[in-house]
Ligand binder design. Structure first.
Ligand code: ATP
Ligand code: MG
Length: 510
């Protein structure tokens, strides 16, 4: 047990209830100076809620928070900031047209008409903090022109600028590439070397074991255990989280592919800036197989998915579902033709957050026979159908009439997957299907995708997680700078894929 003297922060017996849910149920948690303390738990276990309580966004129903051994009243984020607590949310809150420096200092510096009075001084100070903690960032760059990884650094700098010595990071790596994650960990190490403390939330157990000094596991709102990183294993953490053994790798039999269900021929697509992002790509996905597209983020994957699902215009090429030409069809027509799509960005494209779960599940089909009967004439039937689907996909934290916005991040993702899979598509396009999911839910989704395959659907899996590509795919295509540069069987090594993904060839690598 940790005594209160050595703890910078202590949460004791925190309880937070929402209508029908006890999100935090007497949670204990403490943080020592200079440590990274990971918070682990299934989707809906109460991690974000606990951090929102600590940051003053929610008031706890019971419990006590102590900072530096003294009881603290945290009624708003301002109180939290005054106590040295900073939080980086998963959805950044930056102003795109302003520069990095402006975003960092705006809330605290004098301005006239929204313009900083002493811009150069601000730039200087931001540069100084960045140097201290070894951040690579250009204070004069506009936020809209920098990538997600850089934007996250701006959020961290913002907290440091306001004097945070406790930093809360809620799933910071969910939006990062592996390279950016490495860089973030470098930053976290220099922060803790300077005596700062970090609360780190992630579903990726390998990351937790790499960066955390201690790990606390929550399950269904309760603290299960706090343990040191030394000696902890992925399998043990998974079991603590879920309460049972979890298969970290999927069991599946070899594919028995049938006729091609998705054919893409010579496809070229431009990105938002008019640059060629997909360059003459051709491939097929047959009934009963999972084809994985492996690649480093930004090599044309998003544009490829958007082209196949009809969300963007193409430059040239052809696409077919079965023998049916979909090249010139709308997104809606492709849906009706049997193309299901689990989008990479669930908040923007997956769900309507202020619709109920039943409405979200019925989103594609409410207008169509026979489902229109459910939509307006028989809402009770829509609701009982939705209840069954939510149960089948183990969506926790709400029923058919709950608003999507009240679900935890991972449970929102399960709703999207449920909707797309329940439509029985012939072709299922899965973009990062397990981003933000806990290990138990990943196991479930992976098993579902294999079942879909075994029922004769064609599954196209696009993922940045090599582990996911390797454990699910029957065939792997590597995309690099908009081209398919290699095709591999399921037994290819991670190293070989890694070389191809960064533009090397087998000849060069050997
Ligand atoms: N604003 C809210 N209104 C109602 N219920 C909520 C609200 N926020 C969270 N909940 C519920 O509280 C529980 C805990 O949610 P929380 O977001 O803390 O989970 P989490 O551990 O962060 O999960 P994830 O890994 O999926 O992000 C869930 O059952 C969720 O549905
Ligand atoms: Mg969360």
């Amino acid at each position: 047990m940790v005594s209160s003297e050595s703890s910078l922060l202590e949460l004791r017996g925190i309880t937070k209830r929402f209508p029908g849910v006890v999100a935090n149920d007497g949670v204990d948690f403490d943080l020592k100076r200079g440590e990274v303390h990971a918070l682990l738990g299934e989707n809906g276990a109460g991690k974000s809620t606990l951090m929102n309580v600590l940051y003053g966004l929610y008031q706890p129903d019971e419990g006590e928070i102590r900072v530096n051994g003294k009881p603290a009243e945290i009624r708003s984020p301002k109180d939290a900031i005054d106590l040295g607590i900073g939080m980086v949310h998963q959805h950044f809150m930056l102003i795109p047209v302003m520069t990095v420096a402006e975003n960092i200092v705006l809330a605290t510096e004098p301005t006239r008409g929204g313009v900083l009075l002493d811009y150069e001084a601000a730039v200087d100070r931001v540069e100084q903090i960045a140097r201290t903690f070894k951040f690579a960032i250009d204070p004069r760059a506009r936020v809209e022109s920098i990538g997600v990884g850089q934007q996250q650094r701006v959020e961290i700098l913002k907290a440091l600028y306001r004097g945070a010595d406790i930093l809360i990071l809620d799933e910071p790596t969910a939006v990062l590439t592996p390279q950016e994650t490495k860089e973030l960990f470098g930053i976290l190490r220099s922060l803790t070397n300077e005596g700062m403390s970090v609360i780190f939330i992630s579903h990726k157990l390998n990351e937790v074991l790499e960066i955390a000094d201690r790990v606390t596991v929550l399950r269904r709102g309760k603290t299960i255990e706090t343990l040191p990183r030394e000696g902890a294993t992925q399998a043990q953490l998974a079991k603590l989280m879920v309460g049972r053994e979890v298969l970290l790798r999927v069991d599946k039999k070899p594919a028995e592919p049938g006729e091609p269900l998705l054919s893409v021929e010579n496809l070229s697509v431009s990105d938002e800036r008019g640059l060629e992002a997909v360059r003459g790509v051709s491939f097929e996905v047959r009934a009963g197989e999972i084809v994985g597209i492996a690649g480093v983020d930004g090599n044309g994957q998003s544009e490829l998915i958007d082209a196949i699902t009809g969300l963007t215009k193409i430059e040239s090429g052809e696409m077919r579902v079965g023998t049916h030409d979909i090249t010139r069809e709308s997104a809606r027509q492709r849906l009706d033709e049997g193309v299901g799509h689990i989008p990479q960005d669930r908040q923007r494209r997956g769900l309507v957050l202020d619709f109920s779960l039943a409405e979200n599940l019925g989103l594609h089909d409410y207008r169509k026979e026979p489902n229109s009967r459910y939509g307006f004439l028989f809402p009770a039937r829509l609701i009982s159908w939705a209840r069954r689907v939510l149960k089948a996909f183990d969506v926790r934290g709400g029923g058919p009439e709950t608003l999507a916005s009240a679900l935890s991040g991972g449970n929102q993702q399960k709703v999207v997957i449920a909707r797309e899979v329940e439509r029985d598509p012939r072709v299922l396009i899965a973009g990062q299907p397990t981003r933000g999911l806990d290990v138990g839910a990943i196991e479930f989704v992976h098993r579902r995708l294999v079942e879909e395959r075994d029922e004769g659907r064609a599954v196209l899996l696009v993922s940045l997680e090599l582990e996911e590509i390797l454990s699910l795919s029957d065939r792997i295509l590597v995309i690099y700078e908009g081209r398919i540069v290699g095709e591999y069987g399921p037994d290819v090594s991670e190293e070989e894929l890694g070389v191809a993904m960064t533009g090397g060839t087998r000849e060069v690598a050997a």
